[in-house]
Design a protein around this ligand. Sequence first.
Ligand code: GAP
Length: 449
Amino acid sequence: MTELHLMEKIVSLAKRRGFVFPGSEIYGGLAGTFDYGPLGVVLKENVERLWLQMFRDDRDDMHGVDAAILMNPKIWEASGHVSGFSDPLVECGKCKKRFRADHLDGSRKCPECGGELGEVRQFNMMFKTHAGANEDTSAVVYLRPETAGGIFMNFKNVVDALHPKLPFGIAQIGKAFRNEIAPRDFIFRLRELSQMEVEYFVAPSGWEQAFEEWRKMMHLFAEAVGLPQGMVHELEVPTEDRAHYSKRTIDFEFDYPFGRKELWGLAYRTDFDLLAHANASGTELSYLDEETKEKFIPHVIEPSLGVDRTVLAILSSAYREDDMNGEVRTYLALAPRVAPVKAMVSPLLKNKPELVAKAREVRAELKRVHPAIAWDDNGNIGKRYRRQDEIGTPFCITIDFDTLGDPSTSSGQERPDLKDTVTLRHRDTGTQERLTIPEVAERIRVAIE
Ligand code: GAP
């Protein structure tokens, strides 16, 4: 399977099984937009919940906000985005197609028609709209290009409301918008994306220690969502490639099917943002250390994680094909804690009311461990297993006559010892074991914790 072929298979599975659909599809789509379907939305939520747990809720030094997407445009002037949030654009003089200059191989020829390319110019990626009934320039507002802006706007509010001691951080998950010149690679480069961001405020001398702590945390998160360690790589970003606000950046890159590309970023933003907003707004954004009575503008460490790129890394590294019983089987080797469905319960035969009743009882019992326990009684048991394999369900549970302890209808032999036991099938190996219902519940609980 070539790498590009793999990408086609992932996109196809994502659509077929309800993970990710093209945006606005029946109208021909809208470049750079995708919709998450029933399974994709749960996978995405599982990633976000885990991030909230690890980056916010399990820590005493973290707080949350959910800021507005539309903000006063002065924010983006002060932050440098109005003047500097741009990508290099070139246009073909012949076919008029536009490209990102840094994505071309340096040639002056159009990759589509061979025509002559024009001069490189900077293209600002912020989406503009108008607030209120006036469409003049005074009413221009931007869709936020990063969620960070909403965090900086609430630094003073959080300090005034909670009086947190430094170092402390503010976490937020939300949408950001970028008018990418060339959206591409499925949900990798989007125009509407989701970010999980932390702005962690430290004393100026504490930035290196905090940087190292968050660096470790990002590796722990990669492991927690099931990304293979060997596929995540750090890249120390050279000065000339860093964002205007950063004095140090490490990109966490991932081996996607289309190459090694940026997954997440970790930046030392110094006091750039708070200082710029304090100067531009005339509001004091400093922190008073109650013990030393020292007043200063905190410095910032920013772990910034794209949700969509995380979902794509999970899907692409989990995609597997193998040979099972002489047939090609497709499955997603998802970590149980991010898998949208944790287990599927099934009666061996759907026309035997006593099996169906017992299976419903088992499902209700397992739902007490986790709500995402599916039901499937369609087709033969092999087909049911394949359907669950393809969406990454780690466990399938089958209820048969032995579960009922009914010797007259069991597979021949009388096995009273099997009463109230079920078959637990493992996704990756296809192996099966006979376990009691509390044992199965415990297996699921341990796998997803
Ligand atoms: N606040 C810092 C910031 O926004 P960034 O490197 O521009 O930094 C952070 O973006 C993360 O957001 C990236 O590492 C990536 O995961 C995600 N991201 C950025 N642009 C994206 C796009 N066009 N589509 C999908 N995800 C994107």
